[in-house]
Design a protein around this ligand. Structure first.
Ligand code: IMP
Ligand code: MG
Length: 180
C-alpha cells in the first residue's frame, strides 16, 4: 500500500488530565529542589524545540520559584520514525554560572540529550539537570541521567501534546501511540 493510503490510528496513552496532574507534581518537586532560586539568580529553563514547547509552557506555570526561559533547537529525526544519528543543535546562550534545567519532550536512544548536555556543559553552568516529559528506557543506547521524568513509556512511537510524527499531531491535547 502506498504511504498516502496507509491508515494511521492513535492508541490513547495519557489523557490531558493525567498529563496535567503529573506536571503539577513535577513542578512542585522542581520548586522544592530549587527553593534557593532568587530573581537575581533564577532557575533557567532551557527548552528543547520543537517537541517540548507545550510541556514547557505548562510546566513553567507550575514552578513557584523565580525562573527564566530559553530555547535550544535540536533535531535528529527527519521524516522517519527512527533517529538519524546526526543531531543538529542551535542556540545562542550565555549561561555561565547559571542553574540550568533542560526541558525535553522524550528521551529515546539518549543521543540528542547526551549531545545537548555536552554542548551546555562547556558553557560552564553552575548546575545542569534534565527534565523529560517521557522516557523510553528500553530504547536507550546512550546513558542519560534524568532528574525529573513525567512518564516512562514503552518502546513505541508516541505523538501528541507537542510531540510530532513528520510535524503532525503536535496539536493533540493528549499523548498516544502512533500505529500504522
Ligand atoms: P534520541 O536522540 O534517540 O533520544 O531521540 C530524541 C528525540 O527524538 C526527541 O527529542 C524527540 O524529538 C524525537 N523522538 C524520540 N522518540 C520519539 C517518539 O516516540 N515520537 C516522536 N518523537 C520522538
Ligand atoms: Mg525532542
Amino acid at each position: 500500500m502506498s504511504k498516502e493510503h496507509t491508515v494511521t490510528t492513535i492508541t490513547p496513552l495519557f489523557s490531558a488530565e493525567t498529563i496535567k496532574n503529573r506536571i503539577q507534581e513535577i513542578g512542585k518537586e522542581i520548586s522544592d529542589d530549587y527553593a534557593g532560586a532568587t530573581p537575581e539568580c533564577p532557575l533557567h529553563l532551557v527548552v528543547v524545540l520543537k517537541g517540548a514547547f507545550i510541556f514547557a509552557a505548562d510546566l513553567v506555570r507550575t514552578i513557584t520559584v523565580p525562573c527564566t526561559v530559553d530555547f535550544i533547537h535540536a533535531s535528529s529525526y527527519g521524516s522517519e520514525k527512527t533517529s538519524s544519528g546526526n543531531v543538529v543543535i542551535r542556540h545562542n546562550m550565555n549561561v555561565a554560572g547559571r542553574h540550568l534545567l533542560l526541558v525535553e519532550d522524550i528521551i529515546d536512544t539518549g543521543l540528542t540529550m547526551q549531545q545537548i548536555f555536552a554542548a551546555l556543559t562547556v558553557l560552564q553552568p553552575a548546575s545542569l539537570k534534565i527534565c523529560s516529559l517521557l522516557d523510553k528506557p528500553e530504547a536507550r543506547k546512550h546513558p542519560v541521567e534524568i532528574a525529573y521524568t513525567g512518564f516512562k513509556v514503552p518502546n513505541t512511537f508516541i505523538v501528541g501534546y507537542g510531540i510530532d510524527y513528520n510535524q503532525h499531531y503536535r496539536e493533540l491535547p493528549s499523548l498516544g501511540i502512533l500505529c500504522s
